[in-house]
Design a protein around this ligand. Structure first.
Ligand SMILES: CC(=O)SCCNC(=O)CCNC(=O)[C@H](O)C(C)(C)COP(=O)(O)OP(=O)(O)OC[C@H]1O[C@@H](n2cnc3c(N)ncnc32)[C@H](O)[C@@H]1OP(=O)(O)O
Length: 423
């Protein structure tokens, strides 16, 4: 069969764009207008595929970009700085047009468009793990969904006194000014949490607004927040909601944590409060990082349930711009041959040098020490995916013995990246 002619353009018809999303994700939100539902994906960041035989009420495929900031390693343990990042979202192909190369065309367009806009990194959360590796995205870190019983003891003798100084404040998403307040707090949290993502103002408005839509709410509690307050400042945050359950007249409620951020002291104070709500029997934490202090606080086998999944995927869009954005652990001088057919401007050989924590990448004709897919650099970018382990697994090609370990010792961080929120 001949390849269809696929052109990716800016989506100019908002209703058609939204209709495509609703067909793909089989949901409708009658209580919310089109513009409310599109809030957080700016008009110039909505893209669509036009096909001759497309349904006039929907596009053959769509995608959108949320302008986000990614917290990248900034030197001392756990410090981060925020850098621009294209948050790829709203990816969907109409069921009549799937498996004809539309996603492939849209991803190619996204990489080129992001490059044109001068943004060096793209990030996403994947609906299914098999989709994005072939498009140059690499998984940055695993995360764990952890269920704890109410009252689980958190042992942290070195932090107890400081955690006792933290006050918590209970709030609801519908309260005035919550979008700005939560974003402010997230920006502060990000400075100490490499790996987290912070959206723009409209994204936070979207979150608070969506919380009130009848279709989203159904019988659920509105989203609640616990702010951690220290010296009068909101320094940490938990978002959560509770669900009733009764068993033989006994309360067996479930508390779902939607997000939790802050330094270890504030997280300890927040978690202790979350583990102590009346009428609850369990607390579910959907995104716990590999090096989260929770593992030490609860000790072995204290969780009722642990599931693993991947967190953020990163694609490097512009290698010589992306590498200097973050700080590095050790010096290195390694020539990499980057395999990236979708981004010819960065495919090929680069000399990556790190001196005193700062990286540069320069074009070279010299023999490569390492050949790798661009996805491997995306995986390692936040310091959470071990390049030596990938090499051991047979996924990278080392030409100079020791070169991958040298590269990894520069990229690795003292602590694994923190999980990023969904977008
Ligand atoms: C960041 C986000 O927004 S994540 C959300 C992604 N969206 C969804 O999951 C919504 C439901 N799914 C869809 O809309 C579509 O099936 C998509 C977007 C996943 C794929 O779109 P398509 O246009 O069918 O993909 P396309 O034809 O370009 O496929 C490219 C390749 O990826 C493979 N592929 C595509 N989707 C999947 C999948 N879900 N699982 C495994 N492989 C997949 C195809 O088999 C194809 O492989 P091939 O080249 O070896 O034949």
């Amino acid at each position: 069969m001949a390849k269809p002619d696929i052109s990716v353009v800016r989506a100019t018809d908002d209703d058609r764009y939204l209709a495509t999303d609703q067909i793909v994700w089989f949901e409708e939100i009658p209580g919310a207008s089109t513009s409310e539902q599109l809030l957080g994906v700016p008009a110039d960041q909505r893209f669509a595929v036009e096909m001759a035989d497309a349904d006039p009420g929907a596009y053959a495929g769509i995608y959108g970009v949320r302008p986000m900031q990614l917290a990248v390693p900034a030197g001392p343990t756990g410090r981060a700085r925020l850098v621009p990042c294209a948050g790829l979202t709203w990816v969907g192909v109409h069921p009549d047009h799937r498996r004809r190369g539309i996603l492939t065309a849209m991803l190619r367009h996204h990489v080129e468009q992001t490059h044109r806009e001068g943004v060096a990194l793209s990030a996403l959360h994947a609906s299914e793990p098999a989709i994005y590796g072939r498009h140059g995205y690499g998984v940055t870190t695993p995360t764990y969904a952890v269920t704890l019983g109410r009252g689980t003891e958190l042992r942290a003798p070195g932090l107890d006194a400081a955690a006792g100084e933290v006050r918590t404040r209970f709030e609801t998403a519908s309260e005035t000014g919550m979008a700005e307040r939560v974003r402010e707090c997230d920006l502060r949290i990000a400075e100490g949490s490499p790996g987290v993502i912070v959206g723009d103002e409209s994204f936070y408005s979207y979150i608070m607004q969506a919380n009130g839509w009848p279709e989203q709410r159904r019988d659920k509690e509105p989203m609640r927040f616990l702010f951690a307050v220290r010296d009068g400042e909101e320094v940490g945050l938990a978002a959560f909601r509770r669900y009733h359950k009764w068993d033989n007249g006994r309360p067996q409620g479930r508390l779902e944590v939607l997000g939790l951020g802050g330094d270890p002291v504030t997280r300890l104070a927040l978690l202790r409060r979350l583990l102590d709500f009346d009428l609850m029997a369990s607390v579910e934490l959907p995104r716990v990082g590999t090096d989260d202090p929770l593992w030490s606080w609860i000790g072995p086998r204290a969780a009722d349930k642990v599931d693993v999944h991947e967190n953020l995927w990163i694609r490097i869009i512009d290698l010589p711009e992306a590498l200097p954005l973050r700080a590095y652990a050790e010096d290195c001088d390694v020539i990499v041959d980057v395999n990236d057919p979708a981004a010819p401007w960065q495919a090929g050989r680069w000399r990556i040098r790190v001196r005193d924590g700062a990286a540069s990448a320069e074009r070279t004709e010299d023999t490569a020490d390492v050949e790798l897919p661009v996805a491997a650099l995306g995986s390692a970018y936040l310091g959470g995916t071990n390049l030596v382990a990938m090499h051991n697994a047979g996924l990278l090609d080392e030409r100079r013995p020791g070169a991958i370990a040298e590269l990894w010792r520069a990229f690795r961080t003292d602590l694994a990246p923190s999980p990023a929120m969904g977008f």
